[in-house]
Design a protein around this ligand. Structure first.
Ligand code: A3P
Length: 293
C-alpha cells in the first residue's frame, strides 16, 4: 500500500496539530459521552496502550475473553480524535461500541476535550510520564509512524519538544493542565508511568479502587501477568503490529518499556539545557516527576 506523505503541523486553537486529529473536529466537539464512559487521557507515548489494556482486561477479561484474541486494542479503546482514513474515525468507533463501560482514548490537552465528558461527570484516567523518557519514546515513535511529522535527528527533535512544537502541543502544558483539572474534577485518577513500572500490582489496586472494581487475587494476578511488557510486546492484539502506517523495521511500538532510557540519548549539554527550561516551565505547578526508579 502506498503511504500518504507525512502530515504538516499547524496551529489549532493554540496547540500544534496535524489534520488527522482535526479533520473530524465537529463530531469530536459534539461527541456525546455517557455517564459510565471512562476516558483514558495521555500525552502521546506516556503509557496509553499499557493502561488501555489494563482497563480492558479489568472490565472485560472475564466476561468477554474472545476480545483478547480477536480485537486489536485500538478497536476496543477507540482513539477519540483520530481520523486516519484506514479505520473509521474515533468518534464513529466509539458510537458503535456496545460495551458498558466504553473505554475511550484521547491525547487532547484538557481544554480541548469535548464538554460532554465533564457534563456527564465521566471517570478519567490520566497517565503521565517524565518529560525526558517521554521525549525519547516520542522520537522513536515518530521515526516509525508515518502519520506524524518527520522527526529529523534527535537534536532537532529535542529542540522541537522543548519548544512545544509537537503534535498535541507542549508536554509541560499537557501534564500540568490535566493536573490542575484534578482539583475540580474529583473523578480523575492521575497515574504516573514510573509508578506503574515500579510496582504494577500496587497501581492496579489503586486503579481498581478508583474504578469501583474488586477482582479476586487470582484475577488481579492474571491481569498483572498479561500486561507485563514482554507479554504485551508478543501480543498482536496489543502491540500495533497490525497497523500499516507503522514501520516496525525502524522501531517497534513496544520498544523498551523502561524508566531512564533518556540517559542513553541525552548528552550532558542537552540534559542541562532541558533541565533549565523545565524548571522555568514547571515552576508554578505541584506535579512532580521521577526520571529514575
Ligand atoms: P518506550 O518507547 O519507551 O519503550 P503509548 O502507548 O502512550 O504510545 O506509550 C508507548 C510507550 O509505553 C512505549 O515506551 C512502550 O514501550 C511503553 N509500554 C507499552 N506497554 C508497556 C508495558 N506493558 N510496560 C512498560 N512499558 C510499556
Amino acid at each position: 500500500m502506498e503511504l500518504p506523505p507525512r502530515p504538516k503541523l499547524f496551529d489549532f486553537h493554540g496547540v500544534s496539530m496535524t489534520h488527522y486529529f482535526t479533520d473530524n473536529w465537529e463530531n469530536i466537539q459534539n461527541f456525546q459521552a455517557r455517564p459510565d464512559d471512562i476516558l483514558i487521557a495521555t500525552y502521546p507515548k506516556a503509557g496509553t496502550t499499557w493502561v488501555s489494556y489494563i482497563l480492558d482486561l479489568l472490565h472485560f477479561g472475564q466476561t468477554a475473553p474472545e476480545r483478547q484474541t480477536s480485537l486489536p486494542i485500538y478497536e476496543r479503546v477507540p482513539f477519540l480524535e483520530s481520523d486516519f482514513h484506514i479505520l473509521p474515525p474515533g468518534t464513529e468507533l466509539a458510537d458503535k461500541l456496545s460495551t458498558s463501560p466504553r473505554l475511550i482514548k484521547t491525547h487532547l490537552p484538557v481544554q480541548l476535550v469535548p464538554k460532554s465528558f465533564w457534563e456527564q461527570n465521566c471517570r478519567v484516567v490520566y497517565v503521565a510520564r517524565n518529560a525526558k523518557d517521554n521525549a525519547v519514546s516520542y522520537f522513536h515513535f515518530d521515526r516509525m509512524n508515518q502519520a506524524d511529522p518527520e522527526p529529523g535527528d534527535w537534536n532537532n527533535f529535542l529542540q522541537r519538544f522543548i519548544d512545544g512544537k509537537m503534535v498535541f502541543g507542549p508536554w509541560h502544558d499537557h501534564v500540568t493542565g490535566w493536573w490542575e483539572r484534578k482539583q475540580t474534577h474529583s473523578k480523575l485518577h492521575y497515574l504516573f508511568y514510573e509508578d506503574m513500572v515500579e510496582d504494577t500490582g500496587r497501581e492496579l489496586d489503586r486503579l481498581c479502587s478508583f474504578l469501583g472494581l474488586s477482582p479476586s487475587a487470582e484475577e488481579k494476578e492474571r491481569v498483572r501477568g498479561g500486561v507485563q511488557f514482554d507479554n504485551m510486546k508478543k501480543n498482536n492484539m496489543a502491540n500495533y503490529s497490525t497497523v500499516s502506517i507503522m514501520d516496525f523495521k525502524i522501531s517497534p511500538f513496544m520498544r523498551k518499556g523502561k524508566v531512564g532510557d533518556w540517559k542513553n540519548h541525552f548528552t550532558v549539554a542537552q540534559s542541562e539545557q532541558f533541565d533549565e527550561d523545565y524548571k522555568k516551565k514547571m515552576k508554578n505547578t505541584t506535579v512532580q516527576f521521577r526520571t529514575v526508579v
